[in-house]
Design a protein around this ligand. Structure first.
Ligand SMILES: C[S@@+](CC[C@H](N)C(=O)[O-])C[C@H]1O[C@@H](n2cnc3c(N)ncnc32)[C@H](O)[C@@H]1O
Length: 250
């Protein structure tokens, strides 16, 4: 996992992310609904991992009146939009896989970031170590069917873990999983040009590289259109996974 490449891709996408991240917006809405359904506490100190431009951060501020949000991101440039949201938001730059949970935080949340982690199990253990018993971990990530059309043609993609694999890692790390659900979200894009722009503008290019060279680009376009055309354009599938877990007594 090339962390510098991930940070660079998201830094380049910061200005366009909010306009293009249609699925990530839907994911934030679903996450808030699940947090409400599981009585996520108001007025708590929250550690948010991979906060990006702050789509989830803004929703947390509006919905749960947190006392503070420590918003982390690998991408240094994310500090500006996050800091502008509220005085209650404090930015922490760095790799959430190695940073300790900030002292005083009683809940950890994250949307659409954990799929970038190299060692998800170690990260869950790190989260468990930093939370009090009963503390909530609420996060979304992506599963094996994510961006399946691109993988089918290029063979490239992240090494996505399944829902049961995440549950097993969470339980082993010291969490009781109270909900684990997934669904498929499809976006229809005008054509392959729009697809490549969509990927660039949401920062996914950290791993899902664009086809290099004219011959490869022509082949990619031809195959994508032949196999994944739908009324109105071509389809791209996302596979969000959602987890609500509580830190067990040590
Ligand atoms: C798809 S964006 C999601 C942003 C935001 N949470 C949302 O829902 O819109 C993923 C974010 O995770 C960040 N990220 C990826 N790996 C990370 C890591 N190891 N530590 C901290 N942040 C990371 C990226 O820089 C990026 O801003």
């Amino acid at each position: 996992m090339d962390k510098a490449l991930i940070a660079r891709s998201f830094a380049k996408a910061l200005k366009t992310y909010d306009g293009s991240a249609v699925v990530q917006r839907r994911v934030v809405r679903e996450m808030v609904r699940l947090m409400r359904a599981h009585d996520f506490p108001e007025a708590s100190a929250i550690y948010e991992v991979g906060a990006g431009t702050g789509l989830l951060t803004a929703a947390l501020l509006a919905e749960f009146k947190p006392s503070r949000i420590v918003a982390n991101d690998l991408c240094l440039e994310a500090g500006e939009p996050l800091g502008a949201l509220s005085r209650r938001v404090e930015f922490v730059h760095g790799d959430a896989e190695t940073l300790p949970v900030p002292p005083g935080c009683t809940a950890i949340v994250s949307c659409s970031a954990v799929q970038w982690f190299a060692d998800v199990g170690a990260c869950f253990r790190n989260f468990a170590n930093g939370l009090p018993a009963g503390g909530m971990l609420a996060f979304s990530t992506f599963g094996p069917t994510n961006l399946c059309q691109i993988r089918e043609i290029t063979g490239m993609g992240l090494d996505y873990k399944s829902l049961p694999e995440h549950v097993a890692l969470l339980e082993r790390a010291g969490f009781a999983v109270v909900e684990a659900v997934d669904n498929l979200e499809t976006v229809v894009l005008g054509g392959v040009g729009e697809l490549l722009r969509h990927i660039r503008e949401t920062g996914v290019g950290g791993v899902e590289r664009e086809p290099a060279g004219l011959a490869q680009a022509v082949r990619f376009r031809r195959e994508y259109e032949a196999r994944f055309s739908v009324p109105g354009g071509i389809s791209l599938t996302y596979h969000p996974l959602y987890f609500m877990a509580r830190r067990r007594e040590a």
